[in-house]
Design a protein around this ligand. Structure first.
Ligand code: PMP
Length: 423
């Protein structure tokens, strides 16, 4: 009974899948880092709202007004969940990738960007129009801060600069020293955006305490799989930028000019970057998940996850062929995301066997963090692989890894079955 072991039940508890060996088994969803199952509470809230769904912002009808209220109140809920400053803006996007691309499109002219090579591609790649400094993989959190400080000390102190950093790695689950990196950034006149795609679902997060300028996360990793994301933080760069998408909703006034052209006055609120009809259900489900996580309390969630992490790590440690991937070492604080390779095994075959023979859903590949996985596997970090690339033959060095990840609603039985299957 998951209500005993988890303060937050999720959907899919009774889903059964066929096994190649015959029969069927309940599905063990252990790929939360890619997309977490929906919280039962999110599903219930969405179902309760669905009959009242209406167009937001300009509808005169009662249901449109109700939907607009829910949509706009969702911003307040998200701002509270993130412990934002009163002047911060919450912009709704499609995902973390979308949020970081929006910020990249809003950088002031001549902005320098500093990013560790260990980042997820969503944090590594959107800065293509800026001057980017890629920082080498640190082997301790303190080295991360030193590396950033050294890089910032060399920069032009007068121009704008942005640091982009993950809160928790989607490969190792390790926590990054965000507060210290933010202090280093600010000491050198730079700003910082936190990629909280993996942090927000597992760990309390305070924009104010961490003193980050922006934070980005995705609903589908925060137990709200309806296609929405968030970029929250300082309004100034966002208000000064061209709208991310041009269209209705972002424009306040539009008029033909005498010379035949068109004059546009754009909103300076979050709406500036939310053109088009918004994903009301997606936004509402994020707010619902934020409320559910807050009410359950992160203390209970973190404690529960610590137990699951210990079960997996202790189980894997008993298998001599298993090597767990880690940048900061065994004692580093981490969330429930663990990647590993198994000597003599092809990672893709291994993950496929976990599914086919045990009904366990994990992930194999390079997890959209190619340079990091290459570094952790001891292969050439400059060699760029493909997600889902063909794996080394058994006996050869692994070219990709297996990732198991879990969180709210994961029963003991799922991680125990996983450990048994690996053994
Ligand atoms: N950052 C991190 C750390 C992630 O784990 C992910 C998703 N794997 C992303 C960014 C991108 O998230 P999305 O695919 O929802 O845009």
């Amino acid at each position: 009974d998951q209500s005993v072991c988890s303060p937050l039940p999720v959907l899919g508890r009774d889903v059964t899948v066929p096994l190649v060996t015959g029969g069927e088994v309940t599905y063990a969803a252990l790929d939360y880092a890619a997309s977490a199952p929906a919280l039962q509470r999110v599903w219930d809230d969405v179902a309760a709202y669905a009959p009242y769904y209406g167009s937001v912002h300009r509808g005169a009808g009662y249901l449109s007004q109700l939907s607009t209220d829910l949509f706009e109140n969702s911003r307040v809920t998200v701002a509270e969940f993130l412990d934002c400053r009163p002047e911060d803006q919450v912009v709704f996007t499609r995902s973390t990738t979308d949020s970081l691309n929006l910020l990249a499109a809003a950088l002031p002219a001549d902005c320098q960007v500093f990013v560790f090579e260990t980042e997820h591609h969503a944090s590594l790649l959107p800065w293509k129009d800026a001057r980017v400094t890629y920082l080498n993989a640190p082997r301790t959190p303190a080295q991360a801060v030193e590396t950033l400080e050294r890089a910032l000390a060399d920069r032009d102190p007068h121009g704008p600069a942005l640091v982009c950093v993950t809160g928790a790695s989607n490969v190792t689950g390790e926590l990054w020293p965000v507060r210290e990196l933010a202090a280093a950034a600010h000491a050198h006149g730079a700003r910082i955006v936190l990629d909280a795609a993996q942090l927000a679902p597992h760990h309390p997060l305070s924009v104010r305490e961490l003193d980050v300028d922006w934070v980005a996360f995705s609903g589908h990793k925060l137990y709200a799989p309806f296609g929405s994301g968030v970029l929250a933080g300082r309004a100034d760069w966002l208000q000064d930028a061209e709208p991310y998408l041009a269209g209705g909703g972002a424009s306040k006034k539009v008029a033909r000019r005498a010379d035949g052209g068109v004059d546009v006055e754009w909103h300076t609120t979050a709406a500036r970057h939310e053109a088009g009809s918004p994903n009301v259900i997606g936004v509402y489900s994020i707010a619902s998940a934020c409320k559910a996580l807050t009410e359950a309390g992160f203390d209970a969630l973190v404690e529960r996850e610590r137990h699951l992490i210990a079960t997996v790590r202790e189980g894997l440690a008993e298998v001599p062929e298993v090597k767990v991937l880690s940048l900061f070492g065994d004692d580093a604080p981490r969330v429930g995301v663990i990647s590993f390779v198994v000597e003599g095994w092809n990672s893709s075959h291994f993950a496929a066997a976990l599914s086919a023979e045990y009904g366990i859903g994990v992930r194999d590949g390079l997890f959209c963090a190619h340079p990091l996985v290459r570094t952790l596997l001891g292969s050439d970090p400059q060699q760029i692989g493909e997600c889902g690339a063909p794996e080394a033959e058994p006996g050869e060095k692994s070219l990709n890894a297996i990732r198991v990840s879990f969180g709210a609603g994961t029963p003991d039985e799922h991680v125990e079955r996983f450990v048994r299957a690996v053994k």
